[in-house]
Write a protein that binds this ligand. Structure first.
Ligand code: ADP
Ligand code: MG
Ligand code: MG
Ligand code: MG
Ligand code: MG
Ligand code: MG
Length: 712
């Protein structure tokens, strides 16, 4: 998260007064950069990932594991060690050390939670396939360097959430009392948030704009001994410190839900994001659209979030919790009261799946758009007047229905068109699952697209695998001109579906039947038409007429994650939980086979192909259910723990052992050791990774088989 300059952050009532000005200046800055950059061509294919960590305080001899709030000290230590030398613990035996001399050192960033860190590569990756094989080592190096700048009992871990954040008792080091003036949470202290004024202001102004605390309610998992109906035993109904303490007395904490009341419960989650630079704006807009329908699939496949506030949840992913944790909509915008002071009803939180397509692709049918999209018509008109086309103007006019939340007084003196700060203010607090990133004000880099739905994975091997997979998918999309369009509201529906327990195996998602650009219909001999529907109807009799596009509903159907990822045939052979119902001629090829066709079409040595095969194998097996998601593994870990009473409670002891196992896995990974000897000690570990962490047997199908395949 980029930090705004320090200054005087306005409290909500004052910020609201300035919202219109920030939007007006933001649009001017957007038009400035748009005019400067719309013709930018031939930018390099670059990409980069972001890894977010929780920092925990763990030692075998201490009874519990705590969140460490030393983010600022750790970042300072990282900044002070000028060369971040790859020495000491990070050196011996690590892959990154092999060419430590050439390593560009990673960059560390603050995050919302004061127990979090973010790390990105020192510079973005290029198009070279060898780069794809460097990512994993770089991720390991980042984790190792981070650890080297922590206390001996602090560890960077990549669980999405800390299982007992907000539970009664001590869960941070140091510990603070709850119910501070900014968050007014009855579960977490204000000190849980990064103290930079931007973050507490963000939380306070969201609460203030909403008129009550955020309500992050997650259905609790009902186990054999879970009392039912279940009342969250940690909710205090008798607090009278803040007006917001009335929230729970007014029904904020319904039965059978784990109740949370602060931004930290959402924005304190870790995710895996990938940003791509396109060669020009047209390609960027296309990538944005084509990656959109993949979002919910990858969310379900990376599921890693089954525990909140010390209880097992009935959902597997973090998404909706973050969405609710920053939902600043007023009762009028939510439709709870008639519109009087606010301008419109808004169906989604500012953290939500994205609501528009933006490409100039002729295959984008009007039917794919959301007919109820809320936009600011004045903003749209200004963008149109400034020369922007309707589709992109619509996208930004949708983002700009929101108020800026954090405004610094110092930035309101005069409009600076050599900056994009006001534009970024609105843009960067629209947390959608795809983000279209215009170049910065200096136009030094190109148009970028960010893929944001994925959950962080426990190991760097897995994080590298999912990053590489998404990169290869974008290559396949561009190379084969693939078409994944479905109505955008179906993507929303899929996003909800992705939350269900075991959605990756048990649920079905709307997905396009035919991803290929040209559909060939053989009528009267040789008609072939573009699926874009742009060919003009043929009135002559010598050639058969081009049939009109069929109903949109015929273009997509429900598929399992297995079918989307591995293809219909593979899914039919391996699906246990659901039956695949592809009809004759509706077999979906599968994203992995599409990626493999792409890899077959480019020159690559066997070793590189082998290295990539290791990643694709992980994804393939997660999708088929042969391997488990982290969510499933965490559930099983808890279920098998001797301290678990089948009552949905994740105790301090269970949390300590779970985090201990995750740290141990990380240590083995860092040292390039196998996890064989952990199998048996840590339940079901082989189900999470298969043989992948054992060592270097890169090719899933075997080196010989691959060499044969490459020869064929
Ligand atoms: P944000 O938090 O706003 O998404 P970050 O700076 O944390 O942004 O991360 C952006 C990612 O984009 C990093 O992985 C970085 O390496 C990568 N990146 C930087 N410049 C480019 C570029 N020109 N093209 C593609 N990716 C880039
Ligand atoms: Mg981040
Ligand atoms: Mg970032
Ligand atoms: Mg960010
Ligand atoms: Mg990001
Ligand atoms: Mg994880």
């Amino acid at each position: 998260m980029g930090l705004l300059a320090l200054g005087t952050a306005l409290d909500w009532p004052d910020a609201k007064q300035q919202a219109h000005l920030v939007r007006a200046w933001g649009i001017k800055q957007l038009l400035e950069i748009w005019n400067k950059a719309k013709g930018k061509e031939r930018d390099a294919m670059l990409w980069g990932d972001e890894i977010e960590y929780l920092v925990v305080n763990y030692s075998k001899d201490e009874p519990k594991v705590l969140l460490s709030l030393r983010q600022a000290d750790i970042l300072k230590a990282l900044a002070d060690s000028k060369t971040l030398k790859v020495t000491g613990d990070c050196a011996p035996g690590t892959e990154a050390n092999a060419d430590a001399g050439n390593v560009t050192l990673p960059v560390f960033h603050p995050e919302f939670g004061r127990f979090m860190l973010e790390a990105t590569p020192g510079k973005p990756w290029g198009i070279d396939f060898k780069d794809l094989l460097t990512v994993e080592a770089d991720m390991k190096l980042r984790r190792c360097i981070a650890k080297d700048h922590m206390l001996s009992n602090e560890h960077p871990i990549t669980l999405t959430t800390f299982p007992r954040i907000g539970s009664p008792g001590v869960f941070t080091e140091p510990s603070y009392p709850v119910s501070g003036p900014k968050l007014r949470s009855q579960f977490v202290p204000d000190e849980i948030a990064n103290p930079h004024i931007r973050f507490p202001t963000l939380a306070a102004n969201i609460r203030s704009r909403r008129g009550r605390k955020v309500q992050v309610n997650v259905p609790v998992f009902r186990d054999e001994n879970t009392p039912w109906p279940w009342k969250d035993p940690t909710v205090n109904y008798d607090l009278h410190n803040w007006p917001e303490d009335d929230d729970v007395r007014n029904g904020a904490a319904p039965d059978n839900f784990i109740h949370m009341d602060a931004m930290a419960f959402g924005m304190g989650s870790c995710c895996l994001q990938i940003t791509f630079q396109a060669k020009n704006i047209t390609e960027g807009r296309k990538m944005y659209d084509q990656l959109s329908p993949l979002g919910p699939i990858l969310l379900a496949l990376t599921a890693a979030t089954p525990v909140y506030k010390g209880f097992i949840a009935d959902t597997d992913v973090r998404w909706n919790q973050i969405s609710r944790a920053v939902d600043d909509r007023t009762p009028e915008e939510l439709g709870e009261k008639p519109l009087k002071n606010d301008r419109w009803r808004i169906p989604k939180s500012r953290y939500a799946s994205n609501s528009t397509y933006i490409s100039t692709d002729s295959r984008l049918r009007p039917e794919y758009m959301d007919p109820n999209l809320v936009i600011d018509p004045e903003i749209k008109q200004q963008l149109l007047d400034g020369g922007m086309d309707d589709r992109l103007a619509t996208h930004f006019a949708h983002l700009f229905i929101r108020d800026p939340i954090v405004i610094f007084n110092e930035d309101l003196q005069e409009l600076d068109l050599t900056k994009t700060d006001h534009f970024e203010n609105i843009q960067s607090t629209n947390w959608q699952h795809m983000r279209f990133k215009p170049p910065p004000a200096d136009n030094s880099i190109g148009w970028r697209v960010e893929f944001r739905p994925m959950e962080i994975q426990i190991t760097d091997f897995e994080n590298a695998a999912f990053s590489v997979f998404i990169v290869l998918i974008t290559r396949a999309i561009l190379s084969f001109d693939l078409n994944f369009y479905i109505p955008i509201v179906k993507v929303d529906e899929n996003m909800e579906t992705a939350h269900a327990r075991n959605a990756n195996l048990e649920k079905k998602f709307w997905f396009r039947k035919n991803p290929f650009p040209v559909r060939t219909t053989r009528r009267g001999g040789s008609a072939s038409r573009s699926a874009s529907g742009t060919s003009t109807p043929n009135s002559g009799s010598s050639r058969p007429a081009t049939p009109p596009l069929g109903p949109v509903e015929d273009e997509y159907r429900l598929m399992s994650v297995n079918e989307v990822i591995n293809g219909t045939a593979y899914a039919k052979a391996t699906s246990k939980e659901v039956t695949e119902d592809a009809e004759e001629g509706e077999e979906f090829p599968g994203l992995i086979p599409l990626v493999e066709s792409y890899l077959d079409s480019v020159n690559m040595d066997v070793a590189t192909r082998c290295g990539l095969a290791r990643y694709l194998d992980l994804i393939r097996k997660r999708a088929s259910g042969e391997l488990w998601t982290a969510a499933k593994w965490i559930r099983e870990f808890i279920a098998k723990h001797p301290g678990y009473k089948k009552d949905s409670v994740v105790s301090e002891e269970i949390t300590k052992d779970l985090v201990g196992a995750v740290i141990e896995i990380g240590e083995r990974e860092k040292r390039g050791l196998g996890i064989d000897d952990l199998i048996g000690q840590v339940p079901d570990l082989e189900k999470l990774f298969g043989g992948f962490l054992k060592g270097k047997s890169p090719c899933g199908g075997g080196q010989a088989a691959l060499e044969q395949k490459l020869k064929d």
